[in-house]
Design a protein around this ligand. Structure first.
Ligand code: SF4
Ligand SMILES: [Zn+2]
Length: 363
């Protein structure tokens, strides 16, 4: 198993690993029938590079992320391994999963009214052979190369699986599409990333991966985690402003900001149950975005955020009275790439702002 051990000295790794093992013991074995279908798939409105279009997302069910299955237990906010099979999933099943989703959506996708961004996620690394091998990758490339309306193709990978060979095969097979690789950087701060998030990744390695992608004319989407465990609201704002600013200067192609949501079996869930962690407030996220982004930045970079569990107690939330308005403001900002859309959040004027102001430096 090829996993980075950048943070082998992080004592949190042992604790996360034991939490993970405990959660996995409760997991039921999946049937062959379940393995023939993806975890989920959907289409919905999304921001493409130059226009509003639609996303087609497929979440494949693989063995699971090697980092989460390894000795260090994976990242402190991640519970995706709960959806994985833990044992290797044979290629023919993964091909069936992909075909299952594509067959059910292809008529919609071929409708010339919309352009599409296809996102294939496997809650791990697309280029990790223990999750999916070259047979599966080639099958996917061939199928989507034929579909004209798919203009953009996005996958995710840890940097240790990005090789010149993999990128050149990808690029050669999908010459006419804009390709982007999502990398879970989470923050540009090495200390926070490796000690609080248990990511096992140094910024230096990320920079090398960006260079490699550029050589093959492949875009990079950096994921940032908003409010990692052990940061309070103000700490989260400061950390994310720093990260966004550095990534804008680095000229990555997209930034996806993910406010932490509480996932099963994760350290974040453990802390949350003990009242030692609260998912971020919208107030903090908007304050951070408004401070970090200038409208002219958005002509060169796409900044997106589609928080899981928004408006619920496990996801980013303010209060029941104002969550829907906040979710809408965030959507408007992302779809239009217009930072002015967030201008109005102060006018929402909800009572919960007082509670937020009192908590900001403590939780
Ligand atoms: S966040 Fe990504 S790298 Fe970290 S454990 Fe989850 S799937 Fe693996
Ligand atoms: Zn409110």
């Amino acid at each position: 198993m090829k996993v980075s051990n950048e943070n082998h000295q992080n004592p949190l790794g042992d604790f996360i690993s034991s939490l993970r093992k405990k959660a996995l013991r409760k997991k039921r074995e999946l049937t062959n029938e379940q393995l023939e279908k993806p975890v989920s798939f959907w289409t919905k409105t999304d921001r493409l590079i130059d226009e509003i279009g639609k996303e087609f997302t497929i979440i494949l069910r693989t063995k699971g992320c090697s980092w989460a299955l390894g000795n260090y237990g994976g990242c402190s906010m991640c519970g995706y391994i709960q959806d994985a099979n833990i044992k290797e999933v044979p290629s023919q099943y993964l091909i069936k999963q992909f075909d299952y989703a594509l067959e059910r959506k292809q008529n919609e996708i071929k409708d010339p009214q919309n352009n599409y961004i296809l996102k294939i996620f496997n809650s791990g690394s697309f280029f990790d052979d223990s999750e999916l091998d070259i047979t599966v990758r080639m099958h996917i490339y061939r199928k989507i190369a034929e579909i004209k309306n798919i203009k953009e193709f996005v996958i995710e990978s840890r940097v240790e699986y990005l090789t010149a060979d993999q990128l050149s095969i990808l690029k050669n097979n999908l010459k006419n599409k804009y390709i982007e690789i999502g990398i879970g950087l989470e923050t540009t701060n090495d200390y926070i990333r490796n000690n609080y998030i248990n990511k096992g990744l140094m910024y230096e390695k990320f920079l090398k991966a960006v260079d490699l992608c550029r050589e093959y004319d492949i875009g990079v989407k950096a994921y940032l985690l908003f409010k990692p465990p052990f940061l309070n609201e103000q700490g989260a704002i400061d950390d994310c402003i720093d990260s966004i600013t550095s990534l804008i200067n680095l000229k990555v192609n997209s930034i996806s900001i993910n406010p932490l949501n509480i996932q099963k079996g994760s350290l974040a869930e453990y802390l949350w149950y003990q009242n030692r962690y609260r998912p971020p407030w919208f107030y903090s996220l908007f304050k951070c975005l408004k401070k970090a982004i200038k409208q002219e930045d958005l002509t060169n970079i796409r900044i997106v955020s589609d928080p899981s569990g928004a408006g619920t107690k496990r996801g980013i939330h303010n209060c029941l009275k104002c969550d829907d308005k906040m979710i809408q403001l965030l959507k408007d900002f992302v779809l239009n790439q217009d930072i002015h859309k967030l201008r109005d959040y102060k006018e929402v004027d909800c009572d919960c702002k007082i509670k937020y102001d009192m908590q900001r430096n403590y939780h």
